[in-house]
Design a protein around this ligand. Sequence first.
Ligand code: AHG
Ligand code: MN
Ligand code: MN
Length: 336
Amino acid sequence: MDKRHKTLGEFIIENQSSFQYSSGELSKLINAIRLAAKVVNHEVNKAGLIDILGAAGDTNIQGEDQQKLDVLANEKFIQTLKNREIVCGIASEEEDDFISINSQDEQHQNKYIVLIDPLDGSSNIDVNVSVGTIFSIYRRVTPVGTPVTIDDFLQPGDNQVAAGYIVYGTSTMLVYTTGDGVNGFTLNPAIGTFYLSHPNMQFPETGKIYSVNEGNYIHFPQGVKDYIKYCQQEEGDRPYTSRYIGSLVSDFHRNMIKGGIYMYPKSSKASEGKLRLLYECNPMAFLAEQANGKASDGKGRIMALKPTELHQRVPFFCGSTKMVEKAEEFIANALK
Ligand code: AHG
Ligand code: MN
Ligand code: MN
């Protein structure tokens, strides 16, 4: 089977020249992420066998319990990127502040920064349900040769150079974009190689799946409640099907293949929703737009927002274009 498919390594080399500022550096960075993905995949796959399930006994800056795999995935990703000396800064869900790489030496020659959600869907770890990793890559805005600053990380999603996710599911896939469409690669675990299995992934223009934690319904804004009722009405191709895994990566991946909308609205309990703009929403928004879909905060494009904080949260509506537009319409109408 593998003969038919290009490997990720081959794909990266072939596409290097199409990057806008091609110097091989971004290719090396994607290669490092490929390696980190394999390392984390190895840990996730044996999670039931060794003592890495459960809580790590600590909380992150956002007050969430850290799971052992959260901590482990964070360490593996950061270590892999540091070792390869290809980024000048990293920010992670699991780190209070951004990390400046090489800040002690005078070089700082690398121009890329990475933001990661090392383990997405933590609540699914202990029950053998798909989890993921999300990454987002930018060119630094401060001068090469100086330590990175917060300004390098607080860039609008529109500045992303590349973004992607790894889904540790029934098979492990790495899906990413460098601004030229979205491609998905499946890991053959026997030989540790990713193969191009899903070239040029696209959201169907509309779909029949809505993904939202309906347990929070009572706390949602009226427009979101109205849209959910619309999804459930019997008319035309409705009612839609409800599917919610609770791992953004997995819910997004399914919706991209089948057509659907993912929603994490603000609520009376969480005024900005739950998901983080920089390492969850922006990378997924970049992928969505590159795959003919849409990503919105309920009013406008996620990637146009100017971030103000590293761990900033934002309401998130993402998926098939027509469905996201319909949700926006209900939200706008309820505000009239
Ligand atoms: P993380 O595990 O990185 O903290 O992210 C979890 C996120 C997202 O993946 C998921 O869709 C959402 O939280 C689920 O939240 P609820 O349990 O509130 O529905
Ligand atoms: Mn997450
Ligand atoms: Mn996480």
